[in-house]
Structures are given as C-alpha cells and as structure tokens.
Design a protein around this ligand. Structure first.
Ligand code: PLP
Length: 373
C-alpha cells in the first residue's frame, strides 16, 4: 500500500464544477487583478475570521512582511518569534530591516513559550509574532496581556491555522493583525501562491491595502512606496469554492487525528499531539515524536508512506541566520523537538485503511530491534 503525504484529488472533485464555472467567468471578464471574486473572497474570509478587514496578497510570506511594513517596523526594531517555525516567519522580519529575536517553544504544544518570551522584551521590541504551529493556537491570552502591558504589537502567523478556534474565538481576530497563507498544502489552499492579511484595525487595513498595490491611493496617485503583491482573481475563485467546506474539512482532519492518536497510544516511544482544553487543533500538520527519527523517516518512505519533517533545523541554527550569533544549546526544547518530530500523512479525504497502514507500519518500525538499539 502507498499512502501519500497529501492527496487533494477527492477534495478537488467536490468543488470542480464551481471552479470551472467561476474560472470561465473570470476568463471572459478578464478582471484578473483585484477582480470581482478577489473582492468577494476578501469579504467572505474576513467574515469567516470574525474580523472587519481582509487584504489579499501574493503569499503568506508577503502577508507577514506587508503587515510588519504597515506597522512601520524597520531598522533598529526587534521582533520576537519562536525559533521552531517555517523560515518565512523570520524572513519577513529581515525584509523590514528589523532584527528577529528567537525564543524557545513549549515542550507539549510546540508553540512559543510566553514565560521565556517575557525576558526577551527590550525597549526596541516592536512586535511579537506567535505562530499557531501545525494548526493549534499559541497562548494568545497571555501574549495579548503582555503585549498590551508593554505596548507591543502582535502579528499572528496563522499560515497553518485557518479555522482554528481559541477560547471561543476564531483565529484571525485575536491579535492586532493575522496573516494567512493559501499555499496549496495549507488548510485552505489555492492552486498556486496566495495570502491574506486580516485585521480589525482600520489604519493597518488601509496601509496594507496600499502597500500591496504600489502604494496607490487611487489609480495615478501613490501615497507611499508600495509593492506588487496581490491575490489573483483566479486563485480567489478556487478559494471561494473551498471556503464553505473548510469547517467540514477541518472536522475530517480532527477525526483522522483522533483515530491516529487512539491507534498509536500504546506504542512505546511515540508521542502524539497534545491539544489544549480551551482551543481546537485543525491539524494542518499531524506531527508525532519518535525515537531515532531519521531512521524511522527513511524506513517509512521505503514502505510507501509519505512523511516529512516540520522542522529539522530550528531557525537559530539555520545558516541564513548565522549573523545573529546563536549557537547549539540556546533553545534546548526546540532543538530536542526538531530531532524527534515527524509529520505523518494528513488530508481531509484520507481513509481509515490508509491511517491503519501508517500506524501499523510506524509501530513495526519503532518497535523493531534496529530502532530500539
Ligand atoms: C507556509 C507558511 C508561511 C509562508 O507562507 P507562503 O504562502 O508559503 O509564503 C509562513 N509561516 C508559516 C508558519 C507557514 O507554515
């Protein structure tokens, strides 16, 4: 049996007709940039997030960068973010000229450690970027309390958490601004790149809106030096077709996750995800921890199972960030997790048989003498 890491074909078939009709309309109208469906999707996505404003952009990375730019963050400023995340969370800070300041994560949820974060705040700290890693919200209440106290802005990296709920509230309206990615493998994925800035702050909205479109106030009037970073109308057609299904697809992921956890609960050495009581986990990624991870990873692949590692190298140990002078041992929890973490196949339309095969295979490998020895 082969189990791919992702397979969105079934998902596509359920919305194919709507996409076909929608695309035909765009192709005939020709409003490819900031067209009708793009505006429509912004409105619907803002509403979905219980937020007032949404600005469609080129990618999740651009959403983060333009959000920071809209907050006037730049040279001399510091932005705190977890070292265990996709590198884009840090790159967006670097693009502004500000300095990324890394912090360790929590052992159980892999989210930013708020207690350690506190000690890193300096007069230069302008923003915190909590990442809702794998699809479970960070400790937003503690982060927001701290940020309000210290007058720091909070930019949520929600690239993995479309539709997740925290203390009864949808991700997207908890911080000052939230940034989403519609990269094809994300919980809500386009058929190409895309991203969204979501906020309740009118000033951030207005500036982000100009920044993504050459700094335009109107067609010929450029108030600021902006960029070209807009969500294509064609991608908006796909996202509009998918959005009404997102909650259902998240529930399917959650059911798979529960089944995975149940099937793996007695396997010695395998640690399944921990879900906090006051929030949901949408399982954009289903990651377990295993001993001898690299060996297990290779063996799983050999047996036809798509597995990946999110993330094998924490950001403070990436060559790209050597200039910051961090070293091995600086963030022990993240480093330890990075050595053990393994992402298993997870997509809404996977079958019980597929999960059974993944679990049986993983169990066999983890319990085999070569792995235990
Ligand atoms: C995917 C991702 C991004 C970047 O999004 P792109 O759309 O690929 O640019 C940023 N942060 C996190 C945590 C991500 O998972």
């Amino acid at each position: 049996m082969n189990v791919p890491f992702l397979d969105f074909r079934e998902q596509y078939y359920t919305i194919k007709d709507q996409i076909d009709v929608g695309l035909k309309k765009v192709f005939e109208r020709g409003d490819f940039i900031l067209g009708q469906e793009e505006k429509e999707f912004e409105a619907q996505f803002a509403q979905y997030c219980d937020a007032q404003y949404a600005v469609g952009v080129n990618s999740g990375t651009d959403a983060l960068y333009l959000a920071l730019a809209a907050l006037n963050i730049g040279v001399g400023d510091e932005v705190i973010l977890p070292c265990f995340t996709f590198i884009a969370t840090a790159l967006c800070v670097s693009y502004t000229g500000a300095t990324p300041v890394f912090v360790d994560i929590e052992e159980e949820t892999y989210n930013i450690n708020v207690r350690k974060l506190k000690s890193l705040i300096t007069p230069k700290t302008k923003a915190i970027i909590p990442v809702h890693i794998y699809g479970q919200a960070a400790n937003m209440k503690e982060i927001m309390d701290l940020a309000r106290q210290r007058k720091i802005t909070v930019v949520e990296d929600a690239a993995q958490a479309h539709g997740a709920v925290y203390q009864g509230k949808k991700i997207g309206s908890l911080g000052d601004v939230a940034c989403f990615s519609f990269y094809p493998t994300k919980g809500l994925g386009a058929f190409g790149d895309g991203g969204m800035i979501v906020t309740n702050d009118q000033k951030i909205y207005e500036k982000a809106n100009m920044l993504r479109d050459y700094g335009r106030k109107d067609r010929y009037d450029h108030a600021i030096k902006g960029y070209n970073s807009r969500l294509d109308t064609v991608q908006a057609v796909v996202l509009l077709a998918k959005l009404p299904h997102l909650d259902e697809w998240n529930r399917m992921r959650q059911a798979h996750a529960a089944y995975y956890c149940e099937s793996l609960k007695d396997v010695d050495g395998v640690r399944t995800p921990v879900i906090q009581g006051d929030r949901t986990h949408v399982f954009q990624t289903f990651a377990v921890r295993v001993p001898h991870r690299n060996k297990v990873c290779e063996e799983m692949k050999k047996r036809g199972i798509g597995v990946l590692i999110h993330y094998p190298i924490p950001l403070h140990l990436q060559e790209a960030y050597a200039e910051l002078g961090y070293k091995k041992g600086d963030f022990p929890v993240a480093e330890h997790v990075a050595d053990e973490i393994l992402s298993l196949p997870m997509f809404p339309h996977m079958t019980k048989d597929q999960i059974d095969y993944v679990c049986e295979t993983l169990k066999e490998i983890v319990l085999s003498p070569s792995c235990k020895g």
